[in-house]
Design a protein around this ligand. Structure first.
Ligand code: GLP
Length: 258
């Protein structure tokens, strides 16, 4: 894994936006993989700045979300489809109709999950996947214990994740859905390039386990070590527990693997 450690959160957006810009230059209609949560926000903000400056267009791009809560009403602001509409689509020229997300309102969510997985494959696959990592090592909503080969499916959220995400629901854990549809680890691993981002001291342990292993279902993000084109862009605080931090600083090119 390529590990880029940056001094501040503000440096993350430009590095990742450079990579997406370079991809769009050779492939104007890429399939992007989008994550929610707070970690990718600096990336979406920078993409928005570049679109506003006329230096980037995502007009021909398609995108797939990693996951979705089950059971939130369609207009709920924390429904991930709505979060992405607000924080990503509203800032750039991607067509919202070209952004797919798991149907968290489906009568048969298991079937919706399988349909979604098949749609990702049918699109030709994700060219550039953005992922964050949960404090318990989850990526998307693949909680500890997830099969490293899992496909998109219905999953129950851990109490830890619901506690962490309660901040988006007015601090009320009971308002956080108990279940979700999430891309599986096997699904995510089919993306051609993966960008992992994390910031802050509270992510340092999960980042260390994800990047430096061992590869284990107890830290689902660690499966990324098996992928040939993963770049982690993290700040100093999130990198603070990495055993090889000095080595990454000495050896790593400050550009995302494409
Ligand atoms: C959430 C999302 C993940 C996200 C993670 C970290 O529960 N389902 O996709 O990467 O938890 O969130 P944050 O970036 O807000 O710390």
């Amino acid at each position: 894994m390529r590990v880029i450690i940056v001094e501040s959160e503000e440096a993350i957006g430009p590095i990742v936006a450079d990579a997406i810009g370079a991809l769009v230059a050779v492939q104007p209609g890429p399939v992007l993989g989008l994550a929610t949560g707070s970690s990718p926000l600096p990336i979406y903000e920078e993409l928005g700045r570049r679109y506003a400056a006329g230096t980037l267009s995502l007009r021909h791009a398609h995108a797939f979300l990693l996951d979705e809560y089950l059971g939130l009403p369609p207009d709920h602001p924390e429904r991930y489809r709505n979060v992405i509409a607000t924080h990503f689509a509203a800032r750039v020229d991607i067509d919202m109709r070209n952004i797919s997300s798991p149907d968290g309102t489906a009568d048969d969510p298991h079937r919706a999950a399988a349909t979604y997985d098949a749609a990702i494959t049918a699109s030709g696959g994700v060219d550039f996947q953005i992922v964050g990592v949960g404090a318990n090592g989850h990526i998307a909503f693949n909680e500890p214990g997830s099969s490293l080969a899992s496909r998109t499916r219905v999953l129950t959220l851990t109490r830890r994740t619901r506690t962490d995400n309660a901040r988006f629901f007015g601090g009320d854990i009971d308002a956080v859905p108990r279940q979700c549809i999430t891309q599986g680890l096997g699904t995510i691993m089919e993306a051609r390039r993966i960008l992992l981002t994390a910031t802050g001291e509270h992510k340092a342990e999960a980042v260390q386990r994800t990047i430096e292993g061992p590869v284990t279902a107890m830290c689902p993000g660690s499966v990324l070590q098996m992928h040939p084109a993963v770049t982690a862009v993290i700040d100093t605080a999130a990198a603070s527990r990495l055993e090889l931090a000095d080595y990454y600083r000495e050896t790593t090119e400050p550009t995302v693997l494409l």
